[in-house]
Design a protein around this ligand. Structure first.
Ligand SMILES: NC(=O)c1ccc[n+]([C@@H]2O[C@H](COP(=O)([O-])OP(=O)(O)OC[C@H]3O[C@@H](n4cnc5c(N)ncnc54)[C@H](O)[C@@H]3O)[C@@H](O)[C@H]2O)c1
Length: 456
């Protein structure tokens, strides 16, 4: 497939950027960088390339579509399935997927395949491109790509091209904002030339807004990404463990516990929100990959395994709470509000709503669900085992219990009166995300993650 639009001829001193992999990371990065540079996105998925070429984002991400349209229309962003454009690129970002293999370890097939294609294209390059690894990879991986790039380009790293680890920390749902204003830039250059080039590239992009840079070894840069995700995931599982305890202690509330803890500057308030657990394409697979990697090094991984185990059983905990509220699941009608793993995204990968719904259905309940963005993704996962509503109120209508699984603003607007009317009596609400104040539902049969109100 040829590029979606003819490329503008860049001025001689202008950098050309190629981004391999147009998923959440690659496409958000491409759209943002195209505000300053000429960017070509490369993906093997023809449908994705076609859509992006028309200025349409293939997934929901705030601010992404208008940015894409603008840059496609003004010619600074194009996309293709062909790697040929890399032969004129100054910077080549690898942003392909790094999923878990069946055994939980990182699957580097996409990264290695991308490196081979990039190497082949660099063979005919007149430039000295820097290959930048944005995909999340186990420490040591960036260096293992060097022999692949050298083999297929016929050039030596540091002479014909450079390599630099540059992990990504953006959050889905805020990917554009996070790319434009990252908390930090972490670089781990394999060669000295790449260090200077990537620093000057980011200085040109961010100007006076240049974020703090952590300039380190490739292995350390790769580890910073895993350590960050593992730490955040552990913080979530920690507060969920405390939430389980609070549920057993009449009068206690994990939200106040988290508030009291978070005011301690050594702890901080973020990621201390109790809920049904963490999901998405990163935390579960990255913690899993770190566990597998640590095991191969003979390191005890019980801390991280507990993080995963608490997370794995958290949907079960929500299902048990639902069962208690209903006096059994058999024949009950349950409305699940929220299917995406987080608000402001359509991504259902590892969403905790999916295993929860399976448990409810296995227990004999009839489940109806609604999500403002993630209906299509959820249908692919759950098919016809549940029904799908076109809005929250329709979903709740006539149900025996409402469970909040994603903290969408839209759901915050529902109040006790709405639910009484729609559910035809005293509403039963299980707030797994803690979006409601219990006082607001004083007239309801209300339960929530980490809320120790005694149930009779
Ligand atoms: N999603 C996030 O929030 C996030 C945040 C930080 C880091 N990361 C990491 O960034 C990487 C990408 O994540 P994502 O969520 O954007 O992935 P994704 O699955 O959404 O997208 C990956 C894209 O790469 C394409 N691809 C696969 N192999 C290819 C190849 N050889 N050549 C060209 N294209 C190819 C796929 O078609 C797909 O469009 C992963 O390593 C992930 O762990 C993700």
């Amino acid at each position: 497939m040829t590029p979606s639009r003819p490329q503008l001829r860049p001025r001689s001193n202008e950098s050309r950027v190629a981004i391999v992999g147009l998923g959440y990371v690659g496409l958000s990065t491409a759209a943002c960088l195209a505000t300053k540079f000429h960017v070509t996105g490369i993906d093997l998925d023809r449908d994705k390339v076609r859509l992006v070429g028309q200025g349409i984002a293939p997934f929901r991400e705030e601010r992404l579509s208008p940015l894409l349209r603008k840059n496609i229309n003004n010619g600074t962003l194009s996309c293709t399935t062909s790697f040929g454009v890399i032969s004129v690129a100054d910077f080549v970002f690898i942003a392909v997927g790094t999923p878990s293999s069946k055994s939980g370890e990182i699957d580097l097939t996409q990264v290695r395949s991308a490196a081979q294609s990039i190497g082949e294209a660099i063979a005919t390059s007149q430039k000295h491109p820097v290959v930048i690894i944005k995909s999340t990879v186990i420490p040591g991986t960036s260096k293992t790509l060097v022999p692949i790039l050298e083999k297929y380009s016929g050039k030596a790293c540091g002479e014909g091209f450079g390599v630099c680890s540059n992990p990504e920390f953006l959050r889905e749902g805020q990917a554009v904002q996070d790319t434009l204003k990252p908390s930090r830039i972490v670089i781990g250059p394999v060669d000295e030339f790449s260090r200077q080039r990537i620093l000057s590239f980011y200085r040109r992009f961010y100007g006076k807004q240049m974020p703090q840079v952590v300039d380190t070894s490739p292995e350390t840069a790769e580890m910073i990404k895993y350590a960050s995700n593992a730490f955040l995931a552990t913080k979530i599982s920690f507060i969920n463990l405390i939430a389980r305890l609070c549920e057993k202690i009449p009068g206690s509330d994990v939200n106040d516990v988290a508030k009291g803890m978070g005011l301690d500057p050594r702890i901080g308030p973020l990621f201390l929100q109790a809920g049904p657990g963490f999901g998405g394409s990163c935390f579960p697979k990255d913690v899993q990959a770190l566990v597998r990697y640590a095991k191969t090094e003979g390191i005890d991984t019980s801390l991280l395994e507990s993080t995963l185990a608490i997370n794995e059983t958290q949907p079960e905990n929500v299902a048990t709470q639902a069962e208690k509220m209903l006096g059994g699941l058999e024949g009950k009608s349950i409305a699940v509000l929220g299917l995406a793993f987080n608000p402001n995204t359509d991504d259902v990968r590892e969403s905790r709503a999916i295993p929860l719904i399976r448990k409810l259905v296995d227990g004999g309940a009839t489940v109806g669900a609604y999500d403002p963005m993630a209906m299509e993704g959820a249908k692919k996962e759950l098919g016809s085992i549940i029904t799908y509503s076109s809005d929250a109120k329709e979903c709740v209508k006539g149900s025996d219990l409402v469970i909040i699984m994603t903290a969408w603003d839209e759901f915050r607007k529902l109040d006790s009166e709405d639910l009484t009317r729609l559910m035809g009596g005293k509403p039963r609400v299980l707030d797994a995300r803690r979006i409601y104040s219990p006082e607001k539902f004083a007239n309801a049969d209300f339960s929530a993650t980490g809320l120790g109100t005694p149930r009779v």
